[in-house]
Design a protein. Structure first.
Length: 217
């Protein structure tokens, strides 16, 4: 498949890039700062790197043209100046996807955005309250752009909410569910497990227009 990867210059993104290439996908990486990427990617015939801002509609549409799907690790920064940085990015991204006819999307968020299937648990409630108190701009942005995804009806999206991500070796065992459903417990997900799950979801389509929480077992 031809995939556009966004927000992938960090540790999780680099793992996703590696896994996508191992599966013989042709990838385009759209990044504000491509210097954070592995320099060897420039010589890979299956990789196209485009530098640009998420709010640059023309540049983003250039990256979207001809793609089969978009995978995203876009997330807020603790030092961002406003509470709508990533929300603004998603507005431009989704408009560009529709204009270019790219209708498949897999992305990540956090349980700060509550799904109707969630039931409150003390541990997650406390964690969300902590984020809301310590990082109010981040919290408001997460809730805003996650809500925009949840209400998107044209694009076929799958949205994975993550408590935290770590670099421990993969287990190949993922638990997907909802807060308080009797099987989901507080915990993180390993980057390799996350990358495999996101890429599997492109074709398996188990979570179309759903927002499960993910964790490694």
């Amino acid at each position: 498949m031809k995939l556009l990867l966004i927000g992938c210059t960090g540790p999780s993104g680099r793992v996703l890039i590696t896994e996508a290439l191992n599966r013989d996908h042709k990838i385009t990486i759209y990044a504000r700062n491509p210097s954070k990427l592995d320099p060897s990617l420039k010589d890979n015939p299956n990789v196209n790197i485009i530098q640009g801002e998420m709010t640059d509609e023309a540049r983003l549409r250039e990256a979207l043209h001809g793609q089969d799907a978009v995978l995203s690790f876009l997330s807020p920064s603790p030092n961002q100046q406003t509470d709508h940085v990533i929300t603004d990015s998603f507005k431009v991204l989704f408009a560009g996807m529709k204009a270019e006819g790219v209708m498949r999307f897999v992305g990540t968020g956090t349980p700060s955005f509550r799904d109707p299937k969630d039931k409150s648990t003390w541990a997650l409630w406390f964690a969300i309250c902590l984020v809301r108190f310590l990082l109010p701009k981040v919290y408001r942005d997460v809730v805003s752009y996650s809500g925009m995804v949840a209400h998107e009806t044209e694009i076929e999206w799958s949205w994975f909410r993550l408590m935290w991500v770590n670099s421990k070796p993969k287990t190949g065992k993922i638990l997907a569910g909802y807060e308080g459903d009797g099987k989901m417990s507080f915990g993180g997900i390993r980057r390799e497990d996350l990358a495999e799950t996101m890429l599997d979801e492109l074709t398996e389509r188990n979570w179309i227009r759903q927002m499960p929480i993910l964790r490694t077992v």
